[in-house]
Design a protein around this ligand. Sequence first.
Ligand SMILES: Cc1ncc(COP(=O)(O)O)c(C=O)c1O
Length: 402
Amino acid sequence: MKNQNQILRQQFLAHIGQTSPSPQLISVERAEGVYFYTPEGKRYFDLISGVSVSNVGHANPQVVEAVCRQAKDYMHIMVYGEMVERPQVEYATLIANLLPDPLNSVYFLNSGAEAVEGALKLAKRYTGRTEMISMRRAYHGSTHGAMSMMGFPEGEEWKSAFRPLLPDCKALEFNNFSDLEQITERTALVLCEPVQGEAGVRLPDEGYLQALRKRCTEVGALLIFDEIQMGMGRSGEMFAMQKYGVTPDIVCLAKAFGGGMPLGAFVSSNQIMNTLQHNPVLGHITTFGGHPVCCAAGLAATKYLLDNNIVEQVESKGRLYEQLLEGHPEVVEIRRSGLLLAVELGCSEKLFRMMDMFIESGILSDWFLYCDTAFRISPPLTISEQEIRQSAELIIECLNNL
Ligand SMILES: Cc1ncc(COP(=O)(O)O)c(C=O)c1O
């Protein structure tokens, strides 16, 4: 006799569109704080946070309360941009206050890729130019437009089967100062993650983002930062741009921005954003973007970060992980921004063995789209010192058994 879980797994394989031949197939019963639990009662340390989504921890009571309250008041009323809905307006106002000037106009969407799509369109519309530049080993989403920005040659593995993609795209090498000359008066936009996530956590070199900003300003190209993974405190500042003192013309947010609900946004100045109002009117349209329940969740999560000084603790928590793991003979290098760590083992076979051991030990981690030799540590930012020490102990046990 099959039990309920086995039946559910079979139905998952039969009826859920599969994206890989080897899904992790762990059943989830409930989640709380830094843990989630299977129906059999096995507990996992969540060291992925749904890929930098669950920054305020699972089932955060303030977020749950805001979601329930808003679901009772009202859910979807009308397409985006017509009605005055309190959760949307309050969240946009808070985000505008947290971001540096002149980033004060928030366009809400449902996901990261959608935020990127909207930002690309806005920059083309504002500049009247067509060339779009991104960085090698970038990830911005899986729609045609976002995928077009995955760069060359590394991005080809992911995008070549889906051509034709957007024309007039090219990619620079992140941190290569002389490549910046390729940004010219033809360039509409440069899209860049201030810290490259899926490249395996690659930090900008001293002065690089400043030089990028300067070049874009010189030639009139718009600088777009993708803070979808690093924003909302992951880097140790509310937004990674604040760490480097560089303000883009547009910033894309998603993931933790929705407090666990699907929400994205691109944020710009009123002056730039207002071009979407005319020639043509309704320059970007969404039905569900800025859903009131998602905005209520994002607002509650951001207030939670602020009220509890969570972001201020991120750097020391990240450093503690680094201190506990560096020096282990299997660890080649640790690359880190705040509480996003890539622990480099230098060898994919070792990495895959680690992944199996992690699952046995009750740890959820993964590798990076462009880097399958390092594992990810990206826990909820609310993780306690004790939880960091306990999870690091489990990781070290796995490393010892490699
Ligand atoms: C930096 C970055 N940009 C964009 C995206 C795409 O976001 P979404 O999956 O919500 O479309 C991701 C997702 O991993 C990301 O890491």
